[in-house]
Design a protein around this ligand. Sequence first.
Ligand code: NAP
Length: 262
Amino acid sequence: MTDLPWRHIAITGASSGLGRALAEASAAPGVTLHLTGRDSTRLEETAETCRTAGAIVTTTALDVRDAAACTAWIEGMPHIDLLVANAGISGGTGGVAEPSDQVRAVFETNLMGVLNTTLPAMSRMATQKADANGLRGRIGVVASVVGFVAAPSAPAYSASKAAVQRWAEATDATQRRRGIRLHAICPGFIRTPMTAPNRFPMPFLISPEEAARRTLAGLAAGRRRIAYPRRTYALFRLLGALPPGLMAWASRAVPAKDVSAA
Ligand SMILES: NC(=O)c1ccc[n+]([C@@H]2O[C@H](COP(=O)([O-])OP(=O)(O)OC[C@H]3O[C@@H](n4cnc5c(N)ncnc54)[C@H](OP(=O)(O)O)[C@@H]3O)[C@@H](O)[C@H]2O)c1
């Protein structure tokens, strides 16, 4: 995807899956990418592909649970047009119970890890010059369609995604008045290392490249909620409208997500 309206783009979780696809789809001459992840070898692989496409790329290996490291990363950038807070982990109950350390890790990564980059980015963007449309910067927060249901097989994951989706959409209402937009990105199932171990059906599974294309198109269109594919979104909205008892009963028929947070 070329001709995106952003020149300075920061992406967390760029060492794999959707984050890598977002970086590669944004890479072009004249674009500067600030990429982060934990695994520096895989992060460099993403960076090399993006450099080959003509982008200037910086890489920083960090853990999004480290608030000070995230603030330093954001503050070290000369300018940010777009931040995509994408890094995340998943894990389920394995049909038994979700381990306490996994519950903590999921919330620390998917919720606090998102705040650790988005809050300093908002402060930073507020000081940037507004463009002709009065826009100072955009932030895409990667949530999930799973956030629209209380998923018995992945309690912390579904709750963490609900939290960031609600937070991004609600915060957009006030931040847009000062030229900062927040977008909740709610993908359905994407073929990435995160979903590879899943033993349950994943309807309308899409490639990371397709997910990146839809994400960037939604951001460029300025949509507050970017949910796709439409059929998966509709399915999860429907499931989310079920009474909790019925949802829990129906989900017993589906193999549980494995315990796997890492
Ligand atoms: N796959 C799906 O079906 C799907 C659907 C909806 C939403 N999502 C969301 O999309 C996002 C990307 O997921 P994915 O499917 O692309 O999974 P993935 O291939 O496992 O990639 C996850 C990325 O997040 C990074 N990450 C994880 N924990 C981190 C931490 N503590 N600090 C820094 N980076 C960390 C990983 O870095 P390292 O690999 O370097 O550790 C990796 O780059 C996640 O937020 C996920 O919840 C995925």
